[in-house]
Ligand binder design. Structure first.
Ligand code: IPM
Ligand code: MG
Length: 362
């Protein structure tokens, strides 16, 4: 097994949160080697481009890639094709990681940090519990993010284009996940308006026939945005396009208490029996928190757990990390984003939270 992990700490809080994830992985004593690589705003400053070709080439040689976050206000003036975010898009496309898994579940320890009323949490939940546990599968290397874009005089345009093949492979990833979960899959689109969405639906109608044991449903994205806050417990797996998945995953993240909690795994085709994998918290670089030991490292730590699960086949170690995070939260430790000032709570910095997770791991 290739136990080299490309470490792209990135900008803003990226280095702080990935440092905690790396320490957690090291605490497992599984012999991983970390290969630090530059991408994002720091790479623009150092090398003149957001994604130096050497970074992509080295990342491809590793067993998996762990990324913090990229971007910041100091690079806001750059033209679109030079911005730090290009590094992220270039990595996703360059590694061929087309299926982005973004799990969002409410940990019972964080119920007070969830902005929903208990009745909304109970609604739509088959067992009536005040919980939700969903997975957004976001198509990651196509759609509006990668279509033709440009300017014509006073007009600007972006293009949403999907091939049947691109839709099929995203759906397959969704069905496989639904098979491991509660067997429900909802295709989220805007098929009442968009032609690309109609192709999503058509393709899903065909692909779903191969998964008769999975219950397939369809929902327009505007309704889905509403249903997520009305009754998130109704969802298991949601499969959707790049842009819709970007938006809905921020919404789902807020329901878990904070966007700082959410990990993600971006997976590609199998190579030597394992998918190409890029792992990153779904939050951004949060420049206002950078260097202050205030960022929540849990999204990054849980991304490391997903890496163990998908890129290294280490399910038990992945669960140990997830359990350690739950235990640290159960002990009352809270970074500022998830603090609700409960009597049993204690505010912790980035490092202290990471250390608490490592202690629970032992
Ligand atoms: C995400 C982020 C990125 C995206 C940005 C930083 C380009 O919002 O990973 O969700 O839109 O994909
Ligand atoms: Mg986003």
């Amino acid at each position: 097994m290739n136990k080299h992990i490309a470490l792209i700490a990135g900008d803003g809080i990226g280095p702080e949160v990935t440092a905690e994830a790396v320490s957690v992985l090291e605490a497992l004593g599984e012999g991983f080697t970390f290969v630090p690589l530059a991408a994002g705003g720091n790479a623009i400053d150092a090398a003149g481009e957001a994604l130096p070709p050497a970074t992509l080439a080295a990342a491809r040689e590793c067993g998996a890639v762990l990324l913090g976050a990229v971007g910041g206000p100091q690079w806001d003036g750059l033209p679109g094709h030079k911005r730090p975010e290009r590094a992220l898009l270039g990595l996703r496309a360059g590694l061929g990681v087309f299926a982005n898994l973004r799990p969002a579940y409410l940990m019972p320890q964080l119920i007070n940090a969830c902005p929903l009323k208990e009745e909304a949490l109970r609604a739509g939940n088959p067992k009536g519990e005040a919980l939700f546990d969903l997975l957004i599968v976001r198509e990651l290397t196509g759609g509006l993010y990668f279509g033709e874009q440009g300017r014509r005089g006073d007009t600007a345009f972006d293009t949403e284009s999907y091939s049947r093949g691109e839709i099929e492979r995203a759906l397959q990833a969704g069905y496989q996940a639904a098979g491991r979960r509660r067997g429900k899959l909802c295709v989220v689109d805007k098929a009442n308006v968009l032609e690309s969405s109609r192709l999503w639906r058509e393709t899903a109608e065909t692909v779903s026939k191969a998964y008769p044991h999975i219950e397939t449903s369809y929902m327009y994205v505007d309704n889905c945005a509403m249903q997520l806050i009305r009754a998130p417990g109704q969802f298991d797996v949601l499969v959707t396009s790049n842009l819709f998945g970007d938006i809905l995953s921020d919404e789902a993240a807020a329901l878990t208490g904070s966007i700082g909690m959410l990990p993600s795994a971006s997976l590609g085709n199998l190579k030597d029996g394992r998918p190409a994998g890029l792992y990153e918290p779904i939050h951004g670089s949060a420049p206002d928190l950078a260097g202050r030991d205030q960022a929540n490292p849990i999204g990054a730590i849980l991304s490391a757990a997903m890496m163990l699960r998908y890129s290294f086949g280490m399910e038990e170690a992945a669960r140990r990390i997830e359990q350690a995070v739950a235990s640290a939260l159960a002990q009352g430790l809270r970074t500022r984003d998830i603090a609700c000032c409960g009597p049993e709570e204690r505010t912790a910095g980035t490092k202290e939270m990471g250390e608490a997770v490592r202690r629970c791991l032992r």
